[in-house]
Design a protein around this ligand. Structure first.
Ligand code: ITT
Length: 193
């Protein structure tokens, strides 16, 4: 790879774009919002399948080197719920709904996962990041987005939403997936726009 590399993120979520963009910057990658923001979301238990399907569909439509980020919160006591349904569940019941489901539940273990799929034909690569921790008893913090106010990553006392942007971006599931992606692009010989 030489010079700057421009890649497109297919998302309607500006927080994802900000976080992933900041993670990829040190790798010489400029992340831009793709000209399509709607992802085709199939129903599946697998984030990898959901992300791959959405990425292939988006590529057919825009024909630009792109990334799809599909993420989810997997709560052990709820058998992995909301997992692949996180987006829908967040819109319907939000984190307060999740806290209600967790009332009186002692096991508060949970993991956030990000699957980032890069499509740059003929290349198709999948990068996975996971950060585990616990669900807090009450929502805390104003930063971040989604379920951030109720997730405390292992080794920390703050929720993601209490952490400064840079700190969440050093420990998060998204950081783990996108830093692998950045590393891979840096080492590869893909041609960039
Ligand atoms: P796009 O599909 O347009 O990219 P989305 O927000 O719908 O945006 P997902 O399908 O990946 O994204 O849904 C995952 C949901 O999980 C999302 O709506 C958030 O509520 C939540 N989520 C994902 N990443 C998160 C993070 O870093 N912190 C907190 N919540 C997150």
């Amino acid at each position: 790879m030489s010079g700057e590399c421009r890649l497109y993120l297919v998302t309607g979520n500006k927080h994802k774009l900000e976080e992933a963009g900041a993670i990829l910057e040190p790798y010489g990658i400029k992340l831009e919002q793709a000209p399509v923001t709607e992802k085709l979301e199939i129903q599946s238990e697998s984030l990898v399948d959901i992300a791959l399907y959405a990425a292939r569909d988006a590529y057919r439509r825009i024909r630009l080197p792109l990334i799809v980020d599909d993420s989810g919160l997997f709560i052990e006591a709820l058998k992995g719920f909301p997992g692949p349904y996180s987006s829908y569940v967040y819109k319907k019941i939000g984190y307060t709904g999740i806290l209600k489901l967790m009332e009186g539940v002692e096991n508060r273990r949970a993991c956030f996962k990000t699957v980032a799929v890069l499509i740059h034909p003929p290349i198709e690569k999948v990068f996975i990041g996971e950060t585990c921790g616990v669900i807090s008893d009450t929502p805390r913090g104003m930063g971040g987005f989604g379920f951030d106010p109720i997730f405390i990553p292992d080794g920390h006392t703050m929720t993601y939403a209490e952490m400064p942007f840079e700190e969440k971006n050093k420990v998060s599931h998204r950081y783990k997936a996108f830093s692998q992606l950045g590393e891979w692009v840096r080492k590869s010989r893909i041609k960039c726009l």
